[in-house]
Design a protein around this ligand. Structure first.
Ligand code: NAP
Length: 241
């Protein structure tokens, strides 16, 4: 067991999985949270263990405060500390604003924004006792720029940016840094149904991002960037310069 533990929400697939592997390479034991895909979560755990650190999968719905509280209590009981939290789990329920159902609004706000409130509160309690910790919130460029067809998602991601800056101000004196990454279009299950060929024209670097492109920046903010807090780093190939 190493002395550093990172909790990555939504780490069974996509960007979260890449973040978990990158933090494992930096020597962190990893808690792999997931919602339902146990097979993918177990595969991530095995890939992390192959890097020489510990890993365990924890199934809990980040939008359900009771489940979150129970799981974080178990994690703290077992490991005693949490050094890095990546609030990454997220979903989309896209549609034009005037046709958006209350159900799709609430699903995205709860999973992508309230989740960060639910998960961060008990984790920050632990970090405050340690007088150290780093949180990275997975925002999106559309939280900065807005996006037609994604009112729920853009509002949630903009909310995460506000939460990031506020927590940075509240928690800096306790040795806790809080930053956000705002990815552009990244090759994952979330974007697999989009016709992404039409986007590459607008991206100065002329390609979609890969999960590893995001993971490197998350690791930088979580581990290396000792004097950086309250920042939102756009990792989008130049999409919204
Ligand atoms: P993805 O491939 O669809 O993976 C989503 C992950 O989140 C999975 O591990 C999933 O677990 C987990 N998850 C979903 N709902 C959850 C819940 N209620 N509780 C716990 N875990 C939950 O998505 P991704 O593209 O990697 O996106 C990851 C994050 O990056 C999201 O916050 C997304 O908004 C953000 N982002 C993505 C892009 C992009 O272009 N892909 C761009 C900007 C921002 P299961 O495997 O168990 O379902």
């Amino acid at each position: 067991m190493s002395e550093k533990l990172a909790l990555v929400t939504g780490a069974s697939r996509g960007i979260g999985k890449a973040c978990a592997l990158e933090l494992a390479k930096a020597g962190y034991d990893i808690i792999v949270n997931y919602a339902g895909n146990a097979e993918a979560a177990e595969k991530t755990v095995q890939e992390i263990k192959a890097l020489g650190v510990e890993a365990a999968a924890y199934k809990f719905d980040v939008s359900n405060k009771e489940e979150v509280d129970k799981s974080i209590a178990e994690i703290v009981e077992k490991y005693g500390r949490i050094d890095v939290l990546v609030n990454n789990a997220g979903i989309t329920r896209d549609g034009l604003f005037m046709r958006m159902s209350e159900e799709n609004w609430n699903a995205v706000i709860n999973t992508n924004l309230s989740s960060a409130f639910f998960v961060s509160q008990p984790v920050v309690k632990v970090m405050m006792k340690q007088r150290s910790g780093a949180i990275v919130n997975m925002a999106s460029v559309v939280g900065v720029s807005g996006n037609a067809g994604q009112a729920n998602y853009s509002a949630a991601k903009a909310g995460l940016i506000g939460l990031t800056k506020t927590l940075a101000k509240e928690l800096g004196s306790r040795g806790i840094r809080v930053n956000a990454v705002a990815p552009g279009f990244i090759n994952t299950d979330m974007t697999k149904d989009l016709d992404t060929s039409k986007f590459t024209d607008f991206i100065p670097l002329k390609r979609l991002g890969e999960p590893e492109d995001i993971a490197k920046v998350v690791k930088f903010l979580a581990v290396d960037a000792d004097y950086v807090t309250g920042q939102v780093l756009e990792v989008d190939g130049g999409l919204i310069i």
